[in-house]
Design a protein around this ligand. Structure first.
Ligand code: AKG
Ligand code: FE2
Length: 244
C-alpha cells in the first residue's frame, strides 16, 4: 500500500508504514482492543510472512524493551530521581513497533516521507536503513541524522518531556525521501500504560519551578489524535500550562 497525501498545503507524503501516522489512531485502537482483551497473551498479531519475521523482530523487540528500561533508569538518575522511578509503570507499559517504508521518489523536493511531529512515547528507539530522518534544532533548523550502519537512534518523546518538567524536550522530527533508494525504518515506540496519568515528577516541581505541564495519559493522546490534525498542533502544546 502506497499512501500519497493529496494535502496541497504541505509537500505530499510519500511512504507507508504498518501503522502509518494518519492511520495510527485506527491501528492503535485495534491494537488496544486486542491488548486489553483478557486473552491478549494468546492473540497473535504478528504477520506470518516471511516466516522468520516473527522470530527476528520478536527478538529485536525484546532487546529494545530491555534497552528502553536501561535508558529510562539513566534518564531518571540524570534528573536526580530514583533510578527506578516509574519502573513498575515502565514494565507494564506498551511497545509499538512501527515499520515504515519510504519508496524512492521521483520528485523528492515536493514530498516528505513523514511530516514534522514529536512522538507521544517515553522514548523511541529507531533503526534506519539509510539517511532520511531530520530533527529540528533549537534554532528551528532541520538537521540530518547521519546514517551509521547498525546504529540505534534514541528519540525523546512527549512523556519524558512532561515527566522531566521540561528539562528534557521531546524531539520534533520529519522524514525526507530521495530519488535513489527505498528506505525502511523500524521505530520502537515505548510508552507508559494506557491509563497512567503522566505528570512532572514531584521532585522536579518547587517554588522556583512550577509544574509546566498538566497530566495526560496515552488514552488522552489517542483521543486527541482521533479529533485533531497533529501536523497543525502538537499534542504536547495542549498540556503545557504556560507557553514557553
Ligand atoms: O522513519 C523514520 O526515520 C522516523 C519514523 C518516525 O518518526 C515514526 O515512526 O514516528
Ligand atoms: Fe516519529
Amino acid at each position: 500500500m502506497l499512501m500519497v497525501s493529496d494535502d496541497v498545503r504541505t509537500p505530499v507524503r510519500y511512504g507507508t508504514s504498518i501503522n502509518h501516522a494518519t492511520d495510527r489512531v485506527h491501528y492503535w485502537r485495534d491494537f488496544i482492543k486486542h491488548y486489553s482483551h483478557p486473552l491478549s497473551k494468546w492473540i497473535d498479531l504478528w504477520p506470518s510472512n516471511p516466516p522468520c519475521y516473527k522470530e527476528s523482530v520478536g527478538k529485536y523487540a525484546e532487546a529494545t524493551h530491555v534497552l528502553h528500561n536501561q535508558l529510562m533508569e539513566a534518564i531518571s538518575e540524570s534528573l536526580g530521581l530514583e533510578k527506578r522511578y516509574l519502573q513498575e509503570e515502565i514494565e507494564e507499559g506498551s511497545q509499538v513497533m512501527a515499520v515504515n517504508c519510504y519508496p524512492a521518489c521521483p520528485e523528492p523536493e515536493i514530498a516528505l516521507g513523514m511530516p514534522p511531529h514529536s512522538d507521544f512515547s517515553s522514548l523511541t528507539i529507531l533503526l534506519q536503513s539509510s539517511q532520511g530522518l531530520q530533527i529540528k534544532d533549537r534554532n528551528n533548523n532541520w538537521i540530518c541524522v547521519p546514517y551509521i550502519e547498525g546504529a540505534l537512534i534514541v528519540q525523546l518523546g512527549d512523556q519524558v518531556e512532561v515527566m522531566s518538567n521540561g528539562i528534557y524536550k521531546s524531539v520534533v522530527h520529519r522524514v525526507t525521501v530521495n530519488k535513489e533508494v527505498n528506505r525502511i525504518s523500524f521505530a520502537s515506540l515505548h510508552s507508559l500504560p494506557m491509563n497512567k496519568k503522566i505528570s512532572p515528577a514531584p521532585k522536579l516541581v518547587n517554588e522556583d519551578k512550577q509544574a509546566a505541564y498538566g497530566d495526560f495519559s496515552f488514552n488522552d493522546f489517542l483521543e486527541y489524535i482521533s479529533r485533531n490534525d497533529l501536523t497543525k498542533q502538537r499534542f504536547i502544546e495542549t498540556v503545557k500550562k504556560n507557553k514557553f
